[in-house]
Design a protein around this ligand. Structure first.
Ligand SMILES: Cc1cc2nc3c(=O)[nH]c(=O)nc-3n(C[C@H](O)[C@H](O)[C@H](O)COP(=O)(O)OP(=O)(O)OC[C@H]3O[C@@H](n4cnc5c(N)ncnc54)[C@H](O)[C@@H]3O)c2cc1C
Length: 415
């Protein structure tokens, strides 16, 4: 199998790069081992949600020139970054994914614990407020589904009441959910979402019975897994402002977005090797020649250019021994602290340093091994070093924008 570009990893970064490259007329393959971070995400992408140390600012884009030179945004540069950001809503819309939010400024999403967190662009069923002062609603009806343990109504109510809303909680008992439980502890968002393409009507009827003049209704994000139109049907059938708030993972909006990205990529002519793992690479003269995958065995995947989008520790793009952090496929140079004692913070709730380790690249995102850039291997997404995604809250932004920058560069080079 021979392609213009082979992409290893089919998460947000790999799929964004693949779709962009296919639309630019290149032939690509995505090899992807399995689940990715989107399946566990909030459904909101972060561009820069936390302020760099000591920099008091409101607008995240204004912070970008202040980021260290090895940060992926700094490598792209502010004018180009702004131009790439402009492409994002349209590229996602072409995959049938409607994004809300301001492309150049943070909004605020309601988290599953009722607090507010800065967010950049978000999927349609994420409760997003334009400013931190925006009221969620004067009177809120917070609705859970009986038997569903992963939607924390008391936390959400406490968070909203602290912001001035009066909140009433109710629980709907649905006959459609009675057959879903396979064990006492097994009732996940996705199991519920599978029946909600039809059972949404029972939810609407139940909510209407409970409404006592509330202006806002909050529901868990368990709608529209396959059929996104259910979101507007629910919104249009309840006589109040309807907001969908996150549950514990898995993430229904995240999974839906990934299914749509994958379908759009394949419709654009892209080849997917889903459930397959790249296990080794052949290099010759400082260039990658081919990859071997677990399923294809002796049939290598060949390409002129390669993109590594295998994610961080979570997706096994990075791994470690007690003394060393390493990149799992090419043994690339990794940016990490040599002193193991500095890998983690004792306070569980502070940003953990190891989450910010990543692969070193040159300014064009070419991977570096033994101090030398590999000419035809680019690195994108959360495996990138220098991003400090966890500390700065820029995971989704880095994934999408590094993917678009590399796709643009490769298409310019290959044409
Ligand atoms: C649990 C979790 C929740 C997050 N939530 C958010 C959020 O709400 N908002 C936000 O902005 N950011 C969030 N992030 C940050 C997140 O890292 C990025 O937003 C982004 O989704 C990362 O995308 P990625 O494509 O770089 O990596 P991943 O999503 O990790 O995808 C990497 C893919 O590569 C595959 N892979 C790995 N090795 C191989 C191999 N050898 N061969 C083939 N395939 C391989 C993996 O199976 C995986 O599918 C979250 C991260 C985590 C871990």
């Amino acid at each position: 199998m021979k392609f213009d570009v082979a992409i290893i990893g089919g998460g947000l970064a790999g799929l964004t790069a693949g779709l962009s490259l296919q639309k630019r007329g290149l032939s690509t393959v995505i090899i992807s081992a399995g689940q990715n971070a989107m399946h566990f995400s909030s459904g909101a992408f972060e561009l820069l949600s936390r302020t760099p140390d000591g920099m008091p600012v409101d607008s995240p884009l204004e912070d970008i020139p202040l980021l260290p030179g090895d940060h992926p945004y700094s490598k792209i540069g502010l004018p180009r970054l702004t131009a790439l950001i402009d492409q994002v809503p349209q590229l996602f819309a072409s995959a049938g994914i409607k994004l809300q939010g301001h492309a150049l400024r943070n909004s605020f999403r309601i988290t599953p614990t009722g607090t507010l967190k800065r967010a950049w662009l978000a999927l349609e069923d994420v409760a997003l407020l334009p400013t931190v002062e925006t009221s969620v609603g004067r009177k809120v009806l917070l609705v859970n589904l009986a038997g569903y343990p992963d939607f924390f109504t008391s936390f959400i109510a406490e968070g909203l009441e602290a912001r001035g809303s009066s909140v009433r909680i109710c629980s709907l008992k649905l006959p459609e959910m009675e057959t879903l439980r396979t064990s006492p502890s097994e009732m996940r968002s996705v199991n519920i979402a599978r029946v909600m393409d039809t059972a949404w009507k029972s939810v609407v009827d139940g909510v209407k019975l409970h409404l006592r003049g509330e202006d806002t209704v909050i529901l868990p994000q368990v709608f529209g897994l396959k059929d996104e139109s259910v979101l507007s049907l629910v919104r249009g059938s309840i006589p109040a402002n309807v907001l969908f708030v996150g549950t514990m993972p898995p993430s229904v909006p995240g999974i839906r977005a990934q299914m749509k990205q994958k379908a759009a990529y394949e419709n654009a002519g892209g080849t997917t090797l889903m459930g397959d793992t790249a296990v080794s690479a052949v290099l010759d003269g400082g260039r990658v020649v081919s990859l071997r995958t677990r399923n294809l065995g002796d049939h290598p995947v060949e390409a002129g250019q390669f993109i590594l989008a295998t994610g961080g520790f979570f997706s096994k793009g990075l791994s470690s021994t007690p003394s060393r952090v390493y990149e799992t496929l090419f043994s690339l140079d990794v940016d990490y602290d040599a002193d193991r004692n500095n890998w983690y913070a004792y306070d569980f709730f502070t940003p953990q340093p190891y989450l910010d380790f990543g692969v070193k690249t040159d300014n064009s995102f070419r991977a570096v091994r033994d101090g030398e850039a590999i000419e035809n291997l680019r690195v994108i997404g959360s495996i990138l070093g220098g991003a400090h995604s966890f500390k700065l809250g820029c995971g989704g932004g880095v994934a999408i924008l590094s993917a678009l920058a590399v796709a643009e560069d490769l298409s310019n080079e290959l044409k």
